[in-house]
Every structure is written in structure tokens, then in C-alpha cells.
Design a binder for this molecule. Sequence first.
Ligand code: PLP
Length: 415
Amino acid sequence: MTTKTERAKWGAAAHKDEVGKLPTPFPRAIGPNAERYLREVIESGLLCDMMGRFETAFAKELGVKHCVATPGCTPALATLAAAMPWEPGDEVIVSPITDYGTVQGLITQNFIPVFADTAPGTINFCAETIEPLITSRTRAILAVHKTGLVNDMDPINALARRHGLFVYEDACQAVFSEYKGRVAGTLASAAGFSFDSEKTMGSDVGGCLVTNDDELAERARFVGQSRGGVMRAHFGREHAVAGYAYRMPHCTAAICLAQLEIIRDQVAHRDRMVRLLSKKLAEIPGITPLPIPDYANVYSCWMFGLNIEPKAFRCSPEEFAAQLAAAGVPGAGLGEYYLMPAALTCLRDKSSAKTYPYSAPPASREYRYAGDDCPNAQEFLKTFVRWSTFCEKYQPEHCDLATQIVAEVADRNRA
Ligand SMILES: Cc1ncc(COP(=O)(O)O)c(C=O)c1O
């Protein structure tokens, strides 16, 4: 089908043609038991409840009471939004550098995403940038652990407690990352994960939400996984809530289960490689790899990125990234589109026209959805060069090669 505008691609489709001198995630390494689990799904005549087995296994590995498996993280976070007792026009404070999947559920429930700025020089927000945005309409804080780097959650949770706010995590990019020895997804009241093909624990698609809250898990299963139907005597199915019917397919669950068996080793390896690569790149003048705070004691790094010091080079960050790509860094480019307040033109139109839910009940503020709503994040992304996805295939020699490529491009363009 041809369309007038170029449509964005996601998942494997966005990355499958990437080439370079460094490892690319595709073809993915798949856990050795995947074939056996897939066969079980078929040989059981679809009766082996692979989705339930994955939910139990993931919850156990993460150390949480409940895992509700969905076809992706977008539906997982949409399920959480739908399970909340909030009203249209209520606000959720969200990290500004993220993917659309973080906010899709908020938008469809007519909740209002409010973007807090990042902490200067980093990719995540913090308690200090969140606090000034809290109003009487704020209900929650949704923390995205961007690239897999965990947010500084203790001050965020303390702030939320003072204001009676719900805190949850978008842990899509941070599978088994750790914060002060606690694993991402267990750092607040609930979390969403993605097992999309390009993600750290990549299946064909897939995702889940996790929580220790029995009631929330029950509501999430009802409104998210089921069609919100209950049985009424002498009638049949009655739809008590507008359920989504978002269930993880059993074949996807079979692959996820096999991936779960190898993920911890892969994450430990990614963590070693990203620290090695960051250390080496930090020695190149004008190059600042994403800082890894001390509290991030495991960094499962889904995406690698670095900032370039514009004054140090004659070329623009965009040209620098293009030269990295030409020199063999797969998918090197700028990540400016991750600035969600600038990318959500659909909300900008609604909020400037003050149509529902920006109209009724009266909004607590003016919403602009512009990049300069979050000046730190905007400045940060202008010089942030990311190279496609990072992956477990990196070895020390790849870190050496990557350093050599970046050093060559840097020297070629030095001011
Ligand atoms: C931070 C973040 N949140 C949400 C999503 C959406 O996840 P999914 O593709 O599984 O729906 C993504 C995927 O790119 C993501 O990176």
C-alpha cells in the first residue's frame, strides 16, 4: 500500500536491514528451549496454558506476586491506565524522553500526560523536575527507565508519598536492570515490560505488567486480558467493564519463556560490555557516553548513546551520527524524536483547541506539548547520538572497534 506520508516502522521491521561493523541484534539469539515450548503449545492442542506458565515464571524471576501477560507494553500500560480509578482530565506526570507506547493508554482513557523535564545532563527525569508540576489533578508518576538506566526512584517515591500519588514504571528498556540492588519493575507499585522483537528480552512481540497489589492485578486481568464479561444467570455474558481482550498469545509466551531462561546471563554480559564501552569512549575528548549513576548497579542497556560536545567539532551532531553510520556503527542517528512533548502533535492539536479532555472538567494548566516544555531534555537530545540497539553479542573486541570508529570520526571533525 502506498501512502502520502512515510509511515514509521517498529520492532524487527525497523532494524532488520541495519548493517555495520558492530553486532546487530538480528537475527536474535533465542533460548534453546523455544522449539520445545512451541511444540508443546501445538501438541497439547492449545491446552498447555503457556501464557500462564510464562506469567508464573516471570513473576518468580522478578520477585513479584503478579504478572499479567499482554501482547506488548503499550497494551500493558493501557491496561494499567484502564484499571485505575482516575477521572478524565486527571494528570499523570511522565518522563519526557520516551516512546509513544508509554502514553497511549493515558490518551485513550482521556487522562492527561504532563511531561517533567530531565535532570540536567541525563536522560531520565528526577524528583526535583517532577515536584513543580504536581497539582490537585495529579494522580500518578510514570517513570521510564530510558535505555535501561534506572531512575533515581527513592526520592521520586518519597515525593509521591508526600502527595498521595501512585508511582509506576515503564521498564520496557530496563529488563533486569537494577537500582541499589532492587530490580526494575519492583521499584514502585506496578510496571510494564516489553518483549517486542528488538527489546532486550525479545520475542516476536509481547509484554506484561507486574504488581504486588492483589486488587490491581485482579482489575488488570478483568479490564485488560478479558473482555470485561461476567456471567448473568439465564442471560449469558454481560460486559460489566469495557475490557480490552489483550492476552499474550501462547506461541509468543513459549518464546518469552525460553528467552527468560537465558536473560540473566545476557543482562550480566550487557552490563559488563556497556560499562567497558562507556569507559573507553569517555577517554575521547568531546565525547560523553550516557552517565551510569552509582545507584544503577545493573545496566541492562537496550540502547547505547553518547553526547557530543558541539564546540569540539566542526560538524553538526547529525553529520557526526551519519559519519558514524557510514563508518560501521549500525543505525547511528539522532534520537530527537524521543522527545515526547514535541512528538505528540495529536495532543498539541487537542490541547490548543481546548477540546475534551482539556476542556471538561477545566484543566489545571495550559498544555502546549512543545519541545521547550522540557528544555533540559531538548538540549540533551540535540547532541545525543544513539546507535540503534545495543545487544548481547558485543565482546571486548567490539568495544575496541567501536571506540576506534568514534575516535576516527571525532579526529576527522575536530574544531
Ligand atoms: C519506553 C518504552 N515504552 C513502551 C514501549 C512500547 O512497547 P511495545 O512495543 O511492546 O508495545 C516501548 C517500545 O519501544 C518503549 O521503548
